[in-house]
Design a protein around this ligand. Structure first.
Ligand code: NDP
Length: 481
């Protein structure tokens, strides 16, 4: 049995409590490693190390920091196979997905921010005959990064990379459910020449070590991705301390299909937007609105396509859908499917746990599920399920579907499918979402602002937004004689 350790001050260390949590492989349901149950003492060591490292790292030139982060990106890339297998074993996702999306994207995150920092400029504002303002942007200091389990290294690096590039020292906590690739990152950081104490990775539970990070007075900013309820808690702890906060939270995203689409092509894309990563991507569309004129044709083609999807263990090269992340999460999803039935929903396909052959017979597999017959207001259509479950709803016109699409507390992402350019513009403008894709889904450009409106979060990540978040602006005015 492997025992993971915290990465503090450039070295791997056992938790001061001596206690560990189980790390389960969701594709088999078996414990395969142990995770440190860290607490305040581990955090104190990490904060001390970060404080010692800060003068060196924050005063390095952007160019020098960039070189270190480029080596970090190259280090992950050189061990792609190891990272892919580790991510897939920890999370249950098909290896194919980890190889095409998760790990290459983690490499891109470090590469992108390593190069972005070299182009990051601050503003100046000239006042005719009066003087000039110029704004400096210095690192904040020690910052906390807390990430979820769905895209483990991808989202962990999406925070750490800009924080480090901007010159901060980082205390980071991956999800206790998927800690493995984050624990590998320490080795790569050492090989890349990240100075000791600049990056510290602590494992353990949200309520213990996560909360301690948020509450620590020397940690000046928190970048968090996770559920809306956790985000609310973090805001309550951090706000009275006037910490800078970036909160990327949940969603209940609409997929809107107009009657002028190519049904066959759109079915395949909507399958991807519904069930990628077992539906466990905050951007997945879970409420599918289909225009009355094509409702039946689209529904039948979609259900047929979903029916033919292969649910299998992660190393099966034919797997389109793997295991969901944990037993607890599987039970939550199955409970939502029961709720949907109680609310009057009709299961068109899926709706149950699947038993694969040994050694995967105790893994957490759910067949992709399509439900119809539910109103937008019911709990199934209002609460985030975060699994391979979608509902289908018909609509008559643009005004109606806008109301329905905007009719939840969330506002993260939407996709709109139509050949009518004017309609696409109108819809994109009126959807209350941080991100709208037209005739596409999850096309990502790392320069664009990423995040949600309403209860889907506060602030944006990506591009300059992230570098602005991780720096403290200071305006300096100089008077002309
Ligand atoms: P959680 O909110 O449960 O956990 C996210 C992270 O926060 C984990 O590392 C968790 O630790 C930690 N945490 C939990 N409680 C606390 C606390 N009191 N103080 C500090 N940290 C805490 O989310 P999930 O991991 O279940 O992730 C799924 C959610 O993430 C979904 O709602 C999804 O929509 C959202 N998400 C949003 C994205 C976006 O960009 N908007 C992207 C991806 C996911 P631990 O694991 O130990 O509990």
């Amino acid at each position: 049995m492997e025992f993971l350790e915290n990465y503090i001050d450039g070295t791997y260390q056992a938790p001061s409590s001596g206690l560990y949590l189980d790390n389960v492989n969701p594709s088999t349901g078996q414990v395969y490693a142990k995770i440190p149950l860290s607490g305040e003492q581990d955090l104190a060591q990490a904060v001390d190390a970060a404080e010692r490292a800060l003068p060196l790292w924050s005063n390095m030139s952007a160019n020098e920091r960039s070189a270190v982060l480029l080596r970090l990106a190259a280090g992950i890339e050189a061990r792609m196979g190891e990272f892919v297998q580790a991510e897939s074993r920890d999370n249950g996702k098909p290896e194919k997905l980890a190889a095409h999306v998760d790990i290459p994207r983690a490499v891109s995150n470090f590469h992108f921010f390593a190069t972005a920092i070299e182009h990051f400029a601050s503003e100046s504002h000239y006042m005719e005959k009066v003087g000039i303002n110029f704004t400096t942007r210095r690192p904040i200091g020690i910052v906390g990064c807390i990430s979820p389990w769905n895209l483990p290294l991808y989202l962990f690096s999406w925070k750490i990379a800009p924080a480090l590039a901007a010159g901060n020292c980082v205390i980071a906590k991956p999800s206790e459910i998927t800690p493995y690739t984050a624990s590998l990152l320490g080795k790569i950081a050492n090989e890349a020449g990240v100075p000791p104490g600049v990056l510290n990775i602590l494992h353990g539970t949200g309520p213990e070590i996560g909360n301690a990070i948020v509450a620590h007075p020397k940690i000046k900013a928190i970048s968090f991705t996770g559920g809306t309820a956790t985000g609310q808690h973090i805001a309550r702890v951090a706000a009275p301390m006037f910490k800078k906060l970036s909160l990327e939270l949940g969603g209940k995203n609409p997929t809107v299909i107009f009657p002028d689409v190519d049904i066959e092509a759109t079915v395949k894309e909507v399958f991807r937007s519904s069930f990628s990563n077992q539906g466990q991507i905050c951007l997945c569309g879970s409420r599918i609105f289909i225009h009355d004129n094509i409702y039946e044709a689209f529904r039948n083609a979609f259900v047929e396509w979903v029916d033919s999807a292969k649910v299998s263990f992660p190393s099966d090269p034919k797997a389109q859908i793997g295991a969901v992340v944990s037993q607890g999460h599987m039970e939550k999803i199955l409970n939502y499917i029961e709720l949907a039935k109680e609310e009057g929903g009709v299961i068109l396909t899926g709706g149950k746990r699947l038993k694969l052959d040994p050694p995967h017979h105790e893994g957490y597999y759910i067949s992709p599920t399509v439900i119809e017959g539910l109103p937008n207001e019911c709990r199934t259509n209002q609460e985030e399920i975060f699994g391979p479950v979608v509902t289908l709803m018909p609509f008559k016109d643009e005004a109606e579907v806008l109301n329905l699409a905007n009719g939840t507390k969330y506002g993260l992402a939407a996709s709109v499918w139509t050949q009518d350019l004017n309609r696409a513009h109108r819809m994109a403008d009126r959807l209350e979402m941080g991100i709208v894709w037209v005739n596409s889904w999850l096309v990502r450009d790392l320069r664009t602002p990423f995040g949600g409106m309403k209860d889907s979060g506060v602030g944006r990540e990506g591009g300059w937004e992230a570098l602005r978040f991780f720096t403290e602006p200071k305006n300096i005015f100089i008077k002309y004689e």
